[in-house]
Structures are given as structure tokens and as C-alpha cells.
Ligand binder design. Structure first.
Ligand code: PMP
Length: 364
């Protein structure tokens, strides 16, 4: 019954839930370590939790459909107009609304091999033609992506940093790329992991918005801000694009509780800094362990890392599960030899590394 594009799509594969594995192993959920969904290992910000508790008294009311307060805060923080912001139920929601607004069944949508799984999903769901451009050194080949744009292309998705590879392009490369894309083709620069970037020339799509009216930057509260469960993301664009997105999104797509938490967490700079510091330390811990074990990995700018464990990756994944550790197999992304591991707390990383050594030894 479904239309052609919908029939062709493979569903998004989330990480295995903790409760499911705990049941299977007969363990307490607190004994399971989940490093599979790029969640923030610190737990939520106390300021966000307090705001949620406060917001509970208004559960019987619809949320502010325009997200006024959150947009004011974002606007002040990022130096953009509130009329440039579109809020979403997670940034996945915004990605989907963008596809629905700007592409159709006669359109081509360009993205990279190994790019975030939601791009092909939203493309196929609207019956558009996905154009997958081969990756270069696991990352986006921006020149090849620009060259793949045809008169039928309406959208180009660039994840920077990319999930699941963790690869990133610097500000100059992104700017040069945008310079090659025709103005009537929209570029979605997905910066879900941008808060983890610590280099001198971190990409910052926001700084490019004025120069490129066809640019949409997407960000999220799910990662460094630690609110994945509440689902809040947003896009930044020209006011004209935001106006269109805001017409099409669901009128109350972000819940009152989510709005309250996101608004409050923006005042918790300490939480953000702790997220960044913990991630940098955890990445280092994992990289050093992989080096010692002689495992190759893709250097990452996100809160996760793709490690090469060989053709037996599925077996290693299963063995890790048996040790109570959930990571993410990424064969579905075309990376059957890698596992993607989210950066955890030091003890979680340690536990994972220990389980990985045993799993690899058992796999021979
Ligand atoms: N973009 C990228 C590159 C991601 O990895 C993710 C999360 N997996 C998202 C967007 C969506 O995040 P959310 O919907 O939680 O905002």
C-alpha cells in the first residue's frame, strides 16, 4: 500500500535498549553499559531537571507553539534573529520538515556515503531520488558532492562532524564548498556534534549564514547539552526559509517540558564545559586503548568513535552484549568491519575496553 519511496526504505536502527539486554541477561539495568546512541554520559544538567519539575504543573496546557523564550535565548547566544530559528522535535524532525518543504518526487537529494542514516530516510519518504557520493578517507568528498549537483538537485546534506565516522571539515573547506553550490540548491549543514569541537578552526555554520542564503544549519540539544530523551533540535537559516519551515512543522512539535529544559540548560555553561572536557578525556582514553590493542580507528570529532574490529564485527558486538556492553554495529552504513562506540565515563570506557579485549580474544 505504501508509495514506492517508502517501500524502499530501511527503518532507522536505534541502539539496543538497556532494559531489553538487562532482561535477556537477567541483570539489573544498572549493570548494563550502553555506549550505542551517542548520548551524554554525564546524566542531565541539574538546571534542566529543575526546569522540568517546574514545568510539570502546566502539563494540562499546550506548549508555546512558537517557542518564544527558547528562541530568544538561542538568538542572543548565537547572534541570529529569532525569525531565523525553526524548532523541532529533535533535529531529526527539522531534517524531515526540510525535505518535505524543499524536495519532491522529481528531486535529487545529495549526501555522502557513510553519512547519517536519517538523510536517506527522509529522502526516500518523500519519493525523491537519493544520490550517494562515495566518501574520501571515510569523510565527505566535498568536491565530488559539489560535482554531483545537477539541475534536479534540491538539497545537499552535509553532517559536520559526521556520524558514524566522526570526520569533519574545517571552516575554510565548508565555505569553499558552499561557494560551489548554486543558490537555488539548499545545503543542510548538520552540526549535531559541533559543541564537541575544540580546534582553532572549528566549523561554524552560523558565521556563514549571512553570506549563503541557501544554507540551513541544524543543531541539537541531544548531545553535548544532554537532553536526548526530551527531543529538541533546531535549524538556523534565512528568515525566508525559516518562515516556510515554520508553516509546515507541526504546530506544537516541541513539548512544554522539552522547551523548559532546553531554555534552562542554555544557562548551564558549566554543564556544557563538563560535557566537552569529559568527552575529550574519554576519546583519548579509548584511542590510547585501541592503539595498545593494535586496532585501527577513525579519528573522531564527535562523542563517539568508529573502531575497526574486522569482518567478525557482528560476532564481537554479540560478545560485548554478553558482557553487558551495548555498542553499535554499523554494517547498515556500509561499514561492516567497524563498531561505533559512544564515549562514556572513565569507568564505562574501561569496562568496554576490557570486554572488547575478551571479545576479540574469543573471536580469534
Ligand atoms: N544529525 C546527526 C549527524 C546525528 O548523529 C543525530 C543523532 N543521532 C541527529 C542529527 C539527530 O539528533 P536529534 O534528533 O536527537 O536532535
Amino acid at each position: 500500500l505504501a508509495v514506492k519511496g517508502v517501500q524502499a526504505l530501511s527503518p532507522y536502527q536505534p541502539g539496543k535498549p538497556i532494559s531489553e539486554l538487562a532482561r535477556e541477561l537477567g541483570l539489573n539495568p544498572s549493570e548494563i553499559i550502553k555506549l550505542a546512541s551517542n548520548e551524554n554520559p554525564l546524566g542531565p544538567s541539574e538546571k534542566a531537571v529543575a526546569a522540568v519539575e517546574h514545568a510539570l504543573t502546566d502539563l494540562c496546557l499546550y506548549p508555546d507553539g512558537n517557542g518564544f523564550e527558547l528562541k530568544q535565548k538561542l538568538s542572543a547566544r548565537l547572534g541570529v534573529g529569532a525569525d531565523q530559528i525553526t524548532l523541532g522535535n529533535g533535529s531529526n524532525d527539522v531534517l524531515e520538515v526540510i525535505a518535505r518543504c524543499f524536495a519532491g518526487s522529481d528531486s535529487e537529494v545529495v549526501f555522502s556515503q557513510y553519512a547519517f542514516a536519517v538523510y536517506p530516510l527522509v529522502t526516500q519518504a518523500i519519493g525523491a531520488t537519493p544520490v550517494t557520493v562515495p566518501a574520501k578517507d571515510w569523510g565527505h568528498d566535498l568536491d565530488a558532492m559539489a560535482a554531483a549537483v545537477t539541475e534536479h538537485t534540491r538539497l545537499v546534506f552535509v553532517a559536520n562532524p559526521n556520524n558514524p565516522t566522526g570526520t569533519v571539515h574545517d571552516a575554510d573547506a565548508i565555505e569553499a564548498f558552499l561557494g560551489k553550490i548554486p543558490e537555488d540548491v539548499l545545503v543542510v549543514l548538520d552540526e549535531a556534534y559541533c559543541e564537541y569541537m575544540t580546534g582553532k578552526k572549528d566549523p561554524d555554520g552560523v558565521a556563514l549564514l549571512n553570506r549563503f542564503p541557501n544554507l540551513i544549519v541544524c543543531r541539537t540539544f541531544s548531545k553535548a547539552w544532554g537532553l536526548a530523551g526530551l527531543r529538541v533540535g533546531y535549524s538556523l537559516s534565512s528568515p525566508a526559509i525559516a518562515d516556510i519551515l515554520n508553516r509546515v512543522r507541526q504546530p506544537f512539535n516541541v513539548s512544554s517540558v522539552a522547551l523548559a529544559a532546553a531554555t534552562a540548560v542554555l544557562d548551564d555553561e558549566d554543564y556544557l564545559q563538563r560535557s566537552r572536557a569529559a568527552n575529550a578525556a574519554g576519546l583519548k582514553q579509548l584511542e590510547e586503548a585501541f592503539d595498545q590493542m593494535g586496532l585501527r580507528y577513525i579519528p573522531s570529532s564527535g562523542n563517539f568513535i568508529a573502531v575497526e574490529v574486522g569482518p567478525q564485527a557482528m560476532g564481537v558486538y554479540q560478545a560485548l552484549l554478553a558482557h553487558g556492553v551495548i555498542v553499535r554495529p554499523i554494517a547498515g552504513y556500509g561499514m561492516p568491519n567497524h563498531l561505533r562506540v559512544t564515549v562514556g565515563l572513565p569507568a564505562e570506557n574501561e569496562h568496554f575496553i576490557d570486554a572488547l579485549s575478551k571479545a576479540l580474544a574469543a573471536a580469534g
